[in-house]
Design a protein around this ligand. Structure first.
Ligand SMILES: [Zn+2]
Length: 250
């Protein structure tokens, strides 16, 4: 379809192109992840200068050509200004964008990922949540939306729903006391940590950021999600390396 289209979404990344232009990756509600050119967006007086930054969330008017989109204007609802007050939050937000970019596709229904990204950046901006918690909630929820959730509601071996006290990375989920005996590598998990995982996997993005965890439970969640992501995401995120180099990650 050639002509003008309106899409709601968020800029995941912006790459300089030529002398004055940008190539954007936008996660949209209507068409999944798209690429779009923003002509002249790097000129100081360009009306597209502000709206073509990463984290710009709003309504984009695009010209759909035969092979590519071009941004003609944008109405931005949020730039997430709170993130810019701390460099570690900026990079963590960029990590979320890179993670979302890696998992999403053009033409797919990615509305849940867009909602998750929006809510996670809001949570990162607010002082209410520990950034470490926001990161793990985002990672576990995104991988769950993409169909790779761990089994946290019943024993992955026998289906028992009681006394699920162990997490097995090999089995991608929880094990009961009985089935755990046959598994060599399991991790004891507190009831609070498995409840947190159940909550994250099953709750829609809009209601996700409504809890906090004690330090020891957060540490358990971090350890399990870290290993789970390593196993299921076969890709090195550039922004995660930057976060590590800058020693923003504990
Ligand atoms: Zn079992």
């Amino acid at each position: 379809m050639v002509g003008s289209v309106v899409m709601n979404g968020m800029v995941l990344s912006a790459m300089p192109m030529g002398e004055y232009d940008k190539r954007l990756t936008i996660l949209t509600a209507e068409h999944g992840k798209i690429s779009a050119f923003a002509k002249g967006a790097r000129k100081p007086n360009s009306p597209l200068l502000a709206c073509t930054q990463p984290f710009s969330f709003g309504e984009f008017t695009l010209y759909a050509g035969r092979t590519s989109y071009t941004v003609t204007s944008a109405q931005i609802v949020s730039y997430f200004p709170g993130l810019r007050e701390e460099l570690s939050k900026v990079y963590l937000g960029m990590y979320f964008c890179e993670f979302a970019d890696y998992f999403t596709r053009e033409g797919n229904d990615e509305r849940e990922v867009l909602k998750l990204l929006f809510q996670s950046l809001r949570a990162l901006e607010s002082e209410t949540f520990d950034d470490r918690l926001v990161r793990r909630v985002f990672e576990l929820k995104l991988i769950s939306i993409e169909g790779e959730a761990p089994q946290v509601f019943e024993c992955t071996c026998c289906g028992a729903k009681e006394e699920l006290m162990y997490f097995s990375l090999r089995k991608d989920g929880l094990l009961c006391e009985c089935c755990k005996r046959a598994e060599a590598d399991v991790r004891l998990l507190s009831a609070a940590a498995s409840y947190a995982m159940q909550y994250i996997v099953s709750t829609p993005p809009a209601q996700l950021y409504r809890f906090s965890l004690k330090e020891e439970v957060l540490a358990e969640l971090e350890a399990v999600v870290e290993k789970y992501i390593q196993k299921h995401v076969n890709h090195e995120m550039k922004t995660l390396q930057v976060l590590q180099e800058m020693e923003f990650l504990v």
